[in-house]
Each structure stands twice: as structure tokens, then as C-alpha cells.
Design a protein around this ligand. Structure first.
Ligand SMILES: Nc1ncnc2c1ncn2[C@@H]1O[C@H](COP(=O)(O)OP(=O)(O)OP(=O)(O)O)[C@@H](O)[C@H]1O
Ligand SMILES: [Mg+2]
Length: 307
């Protein structure tokens, strides 16, 4: 199949204001100060798209931003080599996130803005871009109506799919969405999302549940402990390389990029988890989601010294 893009990534796009390096959390009414601040593209869709482009893939990002910010986004995407044909100016403000982290933890304050229109975009004007890729990654909670309209079209065209819905308790609790988890080729939850799906914090309970629920390739991300998958009856576990993590914002989205990159190389479950763990871990070396994404050279050198 000759397609202009290796991957189309569709989902929420944000301006990320990342504050890191605080020694403690302030009590209500107190102030803490840091020198570590960056303003960068954020949102799972942008981070995964940039991660894949940095690895050398031809990537299109499908999503919405506000009119005030579209030039800045086009410039930033071009700097990462991500095609912006699918970037649409929505009616309203760009999604905005304030991310605040200490070495141990992080919290987010978010305005969703024009990202509210992304589901309609995926099933409408954005679908033409999705159909021009070998693989489509959904970085969003996919509404049932959109899943029903879009997934069969992609499957019929031989386009593989993955879904990272993010931490979405209401979406995951809605039984209407259960068929969507099994309708995508690769569902990519983290530990907390897996617990919402199966009711247990135990990764092996989740993987067995995912198998029973008909998921095609049960896997989950395990933060600093790496990731796991179920292949046949065998539990595959992969640990990340040792890195000096300073900010885990976007680590899961970077993981998704590595995982999909290996998938496009026909990598097996172990290869997918390893490349996901490499990109996820390496992305934590700098503040923000994008600054420390690895290129293929760095990926190979960490791969060879880790696995
Ligand atoms: N502190 C860390 N040290 C090393 N690797 C890490 C660390 N945190 C995350 N990673 C790597 O990143 C991957 C994804 O992280 P995680 O499980 O936290 O995803 P996530 O919760 O979806 O992240 P996000 O909050 O960005 O959505 C892990 O599998 C691991 O390889
Ligand atoms: Mg995540």
C-alpha cells in the first residue's frame, strides 16, 4: 500500500505551559517559584505526532487550534517535520494546559477550547487525511458514533489503528464504549486507565480481562516500571532504560510514538514495548513533552545498551 503518510495522528492539541523543578507543592494561598519553564505544543496528539516524525516517519496531525495560534503551531510542527494539512482553525480558543511538577509528581490545569470539536473533525473533514496513512493513531476518547463511522472505513482500507484515550473515567465507564476498545488494533492504556477498565490495579488482571473482552493486542504502560503485554498465554514485561527523569509530561505519548514506530517495522510485542519504553523514558530527560524525544541514532544507541 503506497500512502503519503506513515501515520496520521488525530486528537487534542494544546499549548502546554510546563513548570517543573518545584521542591514541594504549595499549600492553598502559598506561592512556589521555579526557573524551569517552557511553552510548547502539547496534548497527546501533538506529542505522539512529533515523536514519530523525530523517528523519521512521515506524519500528519489532524486537530484544531484557535485562530490566534495557528501560525505558531504551523511553525512548530514544521520544525518537527509534521505535516499540518490536517490542522484546522476551530471556533474558539486553543486548548491550554498548565503542567506543574515536582520530581515525584505532576498536576494539570486545562482549558479544552476548540478540542471539543475534534470528534466531529475525525468523522468529517479530517477523515480524508486519516485515509492517506498506513496507520491511524487516535489520541482522544473516541465517541461511539465516530468509532462506528471511521473504524470500519480504515479497516476496509487496510489501515491499522491505535487508541490512547487518556485518563477518561466517564468515557471508560460508559458501556457504549466497550466495543471501541476491541475495535481498534492496539489500545494503549496506562496503569490508572487499565484499572478503570478492569477494576483491579494488578497488571496481569487487566491483561486477562482485556483478552476476555476481545482486545486484539492486550498491553499496558506501567510508568517508571515500563510496560507489559499478553502474547498468547505469555506475559511479556519490558523495563525502560535508566535515565535521569526530570519531567514525565508526555511520557505516555512518547511511548505511543515508539510503539507505533516498531509496529510499522512489523516488530513483535517485545520490540513494540521496548521501543515504546525507550522513547517514553528518553522523553522524560527534559521539561515538556517534546524537548528530549529521541532520534533514530539515539534510539539505537540506548536500545543496544539496554536490551
Ligand atoms: N520516571 C520514569 N523513568 C523512566 N521511564 C519512564 C518514567 N516515567 C515514564 N517512563 C516511560 O514512559 C512510558 C509511559 O509512561 P506512563 O506509563 O507514565 O504513561 P502515561 O501515564 O500514559 O503517561 P502520560 O501521563 O504522559 O499520559 C513508560 O512505559 C516508561 O517506559
Ligand atoms: Mg497517557
Amino acid at each position: 500500500m503506497t500512502q503519503p503518510y506513515d501515520v496520521a495522528v488525530v486528537g487534542e492539541i494544546y499549548v502546554d505551559h510546563v513548570f517543573s523543578g518545584f521542591p514541594t507543592w504549595p499549600a492553598p494561598g502559598e506561592e512556589v517559584v521555579t526557573d524551569a519553564y517552557t511553552r510548547e505544543m502539547g496534548g497527546g496528539a501533538a506529542a505522539t505526532a512529533c515523536g514519530l516524525a523525530k523517528l523519521g516517519r512521515r506524519v500528519a496531525l489532524v486537530g484544531l487550534v484557535g485562530a490566534d495560534d495557528v501560525s505558531w503551531f504551523r511553525e512548530r510542527l514544521a520544525a518537527y517535520g509534521v505535516a499540518a494539512d490536517g490542522l484546522i482553525v476551530g471556533d474558539g480558543a486553543t486548548g491550554t494546559t498548565i503542567s506543574v511538577s515536582t520530581a515525584q509528581d505532576r498536576s494539570f490545569f486545562t482549558h479544552i477550547g476548540v478540542n471539543r470539536q475534534v470528534a466531529a473533525l475525525a468523522a468529517g473533514d479530517g477523515l480524508a487525511t486519516l485515509r492517506r496513512a498506513r496507520h491511524v493513531h487516535f489520541a482522544m476518547p473516541l465517541p461511539r458514533s465516530v468509532a462506528d463511522a471511521v473504524l470500519p472505513v480504515l479497516a476496509a482500507a487496510g489501515i491499522s489503528t491505535s487508541l490512547d484515550m487518556g485518563f477518561q473515567p466517564a468515557w471508560l465507564a460508559d458501556p457504549l464504549n466497550a466495543p471501541t476498545l476491541a475495535a481498534v488494533d492496539h489500545l494503549m492504556p496506562n496503569e490508572k486507565e487499565a484499572e478503570l477498565i478492569c477494576g483491579s490495579p494488578d497488571p496481569s488482571v487487566y491483561l486477562a480481562h482485556a483478552r476476555r473482552a476481545g482486545l486484539r493486542h492486550p498491553m499496558l504502560k506501567l510508568g517508571a516500571r515500563g510496560a507489559a503485554a499478553l502474547v498468547g498465554n505469555t506475559l511479556v514485561r519490558v523495563a525502560p532504560p535508566k535515565v535521569a527523569a526530570v519531567d514525565a509530561t508526555g511520557a505516555g505519548d512518547a511511548f505511543d510514538a515508539g510503539f507505533i514506530d516498531a509496529l510499522l517495522d512489523d516488530g513483535d510485542a517485545t520490540a513494540r514495548l521496548r521501543r515504546g519504553c525507550l522513547t517514553g523514558a528518553l522523553s522524560t530527560r527534559a521539561p515538556g513533552a517534546l524537548a528530549a524525544l529521541p532520534d533514530p541514532h539515539e534510539l539505537r544507541s540506548f536500545h543496544d545498551r539496554t536490551y
